[in-house]
Design a protein around this ligand. Structure first.
Ligand SMILES: C[S@@+](CC[C@H](N)C(=O)[O-])C[C@H]1O[C@@H](n2cnc3c(N)ncnc32)[C@H](O)[C@@H]1O
Length: 233
């Protein structure tokens, strides 16, 4: 079956609408349909909120996605959402799927892309500014010379996190909202707690920056929270 519409996976950056690329804005403006992903627990879509200034008369479709711990278990929902996208493409509509940060970096988009890539659809994935890099610039953290910088999802098994911290000069910890207290302990044992900075909801109206993570160890964090740190010795 022919598909005249084009599918764009659009990275909208982490929060500030001025951090979308020109390419991302053009894709959104040239789309008839905007897919706004949201999770089962939340009403709105942060990605949509960020892209809103660039959307005029496109149809907005909210698609609910489960948190992907096990893609196999949630495959039906992904397939259903992919089919809805294919229907739009077959009807000749251009479709932009909005993604927080970069689309190929820890995102729901990856699973939609995996389903659609062999469907015959024309696909263009448009890179976005990943949250950790925007945050690094915002709080003045850098990677120097021969630094080994790791990116660790705090949802990974504890032994793997410890191993990764041991060989890192600096590190980025993502998804720290669930086990923040345990992560602070691990950073302390690796001499990485003093230099830690935690940024929640960067670029959004309720952004928060914490420099003393130890003092806030028992705080409840928002899902959009990232820690940047480096070893003190
Ligand atoms: C599913 S990942 C999405 C990553 C995204 N694709 C990117 O390129 O940054 C979600 C994690 O990204 C980080 N994150 C995304 N947006 C953020 C923001 N505005 N402020 C702080 N952390 C953010 C947090 O660590 C959050 O738990």
């Amino acid at each position: 079956m022919t598909m005249d519409g084009k599918f764009f996976g659009v990275g909208v950056g982490p929060g500030d609408p001025e951090l979308l690329t020109v390419k991302a804005v053009n894709a959104i403006k040239n789309s008839n349909v905007i897919i706004a992903p949201k999770t089962e627990k939340k009403e709105g879509s942060v990605a949509l909120q960020i892209a809103e200034p660039y959307i005029s008369d496109a149809k907005i479709i909210f698609q609910t996605f489960p948190m992907v711990k096990n893609f196999e278990e949630s495959q039906e929902i992904f397939q259903h959402n992919a089919n809805q996208i294919l229907e739009c493409l077959r009807a000749g509509k251009n479709v932009s799927f909005l993604t927080l940060g970069d689309p190929m970096f820890f995102s729901t988009y990856i699973y939609v892309y995996e389903i659609l890539k062999n469907s015959g659809a024309q696909i263009e994935t448009i890179s976005g500014v990943p949250a950790f890099l925007a945050i690094a610039s915002h709080v003045g953290r850098a990677a120097y010379g021969n630094d080994i910088v790791t990116i660790i999802p705090a949802t990974a098994p504890k032994e793997k996190i410890v191993d990764a911290l041991k060989f890192s000069d600096a590190t980025v910890l993502m998804k720290v909202y669930k086990n923040f207290s345990e992560i602070v302990e691990l950073l302390e044992s690796e001499n990485m707690v003093e230099n830690a900075v935690l940024v929640s909801r960067y670029g959004l109206d309720d952004e928060k920056i914490l420099h003393d993570v130890k003092a806030h160890q028992s705080d409840k964090l928002n899902y959009l929270s990232t820690i940047l740190t480096r070893r003190t010795k």
